[in-house]
Design a protein around this ligand. Structure first.
Ligand SMILES: Cc1ncc(COP(=O)(O)O)c(C=O)c1O
Length: 397
């Protein structure tokens, strides 16, 4: 069996040039290939593997849950300890009085749920989102995407979606009493890690309150410790009406969630009942893994490590020849190249030297740096050296 041939023959491609690396095993910050090749993972499966690959605490929690039970019933009907415990822990770490969770399976699904919640709770039609934003690829999430080229082939999409410029204060006046939801990433991930100025999120939050529009923070990529706080919105002390998480929240298992105040969440339970349900949402194995991951992050002080290693990496990478600037917070970084056309070459050269970096869906000339939050100074040094060498070779050609 030639795995690569079968990969190309049987799996639907998402681009003409997939990475196509065969992975046999993964541990800590490393991915291992069949030829015992070890690749330093500075992407974390797109901000998922925050506790490192194969975290023993997470694996033990998964094994224990598998012994007890797998799926037993659709979300919301039966009392399953793993779900309850994770929802309770999320209520403890979520900002303000957000204390009730709806579990689903992915980021896009959580965004869909949040959109439906806001429409139902307000009875209003309109959704405001931001240019450059990314919220997933289901039709509703795609409708609020800030990148029209991904939308065009799939039109018509949801009506009544209005895009505003990210980090623009003036245009926030467009948020009025027709708006049900304003969906925003506190730091735009796929736009190449765009961190807004100090006033944007607080002003946006105040404008939503004035207009009676519900503020939905998409922390799918920024949440669960990635920026050195449980949630990136804490950097601006902004409390949303609805918080959306996925990626790292399942500790490497598929899981998404939206979290809001109980009075808002209760609108989903009636008129009609079962208006928003899911078979696999909050799978007990995913919830057990997620809870173990949250415990691990806390016990190992990974929020602090994300902050310390983040500034260390940022300083080291900012100083490299060929780097214009490094954007981001904690271990969610975007390295902006002086010559955007070198991006692909730099990524390829780094991978040849066994360092996995990435690019972004909605940004040219920016390199994705998002290692597991367990990353050490030594591994940051190694990544910095490989990036320096890759930049040097790419610029010479
Ligand atoms: C900010 C943000 N929202 C939503 C999503 C969609 O998540 P998923 O791929 O789990 O559907 C992503 C995925 O990258 C994301 O970065």
């Amino acid at each position: 069996m030639d795995l690569h041939t079968d990969f190309r023959r049987y799996l639907c491609p998402t681009s003409a040039e997939p990475l196509g690396l065969t992975i046999e095993r993964a541990e800590g910050c490393f991915l291992y290939g069949p030829d015992r090749r070890s690749i330093l993972d500075f992407v974390s499966g797109i901000a998922v593997s925050s506790v490192g690959h194969g975290c023993p605490e997470v694996l033990r929690a998964i094994a224990a849950q598998v012994e007890r039970h797998l799926h037993v019933m659709v979300y919301g009907e039966m009392v399953q300890e793993a779900q309850v415990a994770l929802a309770k822990r999320l209520a403890e770490i979520a900002p303000g009085d957000l204390s009730m969770t709806f579990f689903c399976n992915s980021g896009a699904e959580a965004i869909e749920g949040a959109l439906k919640l806001c429409r139902k709770a307000t009875g209003r039609p309109r959704v405001v989102a931001f240019a450059g934003g990314y919220h997933g690829d289901t039709l509703g999430a795609l409708s609020i995407s800030g990148e029209p080229r991904y939308q065009k082939p799939f039109e018509p999409l949801l009506p009544e979606v209005h895009l505003l410029p990210f980090d623009g204060l003036e245009s926030l006046r467009a948020i009025d009493e027709r708006v049900a939801a304003v969906v925003v990433e506190p730091i735009q991930g796929e736009a190449g890690i765009r961190v807004p100025g100090p006033d944007f999120l607080p002003t946006l939050s105040a404008r939503c309150r004035e207009a009676g529009a519900l503020l939905v923070l998409d922390e799918v990529q920024t949440g669960i410790g990635r920026t050195g706080r449980w949630f990136a919105s804490e950097h601006w002390s902004v409390i949303p009406d609805c918080l959306v998480v996925a990626k790292a929240v399942g500790g490497g298992m598929p899981l998404g969630a939206f979290i809001a105040r109980p009075e808002l969440m209760h609108t989903l339970a009636s008129d009609p009942p079962f208006a928003h349900v899911t078979t696999f949402g909050g799978h007990p194995v995913s919830c057990a893994a997620g809870l173990a991951a949250l415990r691990f992050i806390e016990q190992q002080g990974l929020l602090k490590n994300a902050e310390t290693m983040g500034s260390y990496l940022r300083n080291a990478m900012s100083a490299l020849a060929g780097v214009k600037e490094v954007r981001g917070l904690g271990l969610l970084l975007g390295v902006v190249l002086e010559e955007p056309s070198l991006t692909r070459a730099v990524l390829r050269l780094a991978l040849e030297r066994d360092l996995l970096l990435g690019d972004f869906l909605n940004a040219e000339g920016v390199i994705r740096v998002a290692p597991p939050l367990v990353v050490s100074r030594e591994l940051c040094d190694r990544a910095g050296e490989i990036l320096a060498e890759s930049l040097k070779v790419a610029r010479k050609r």
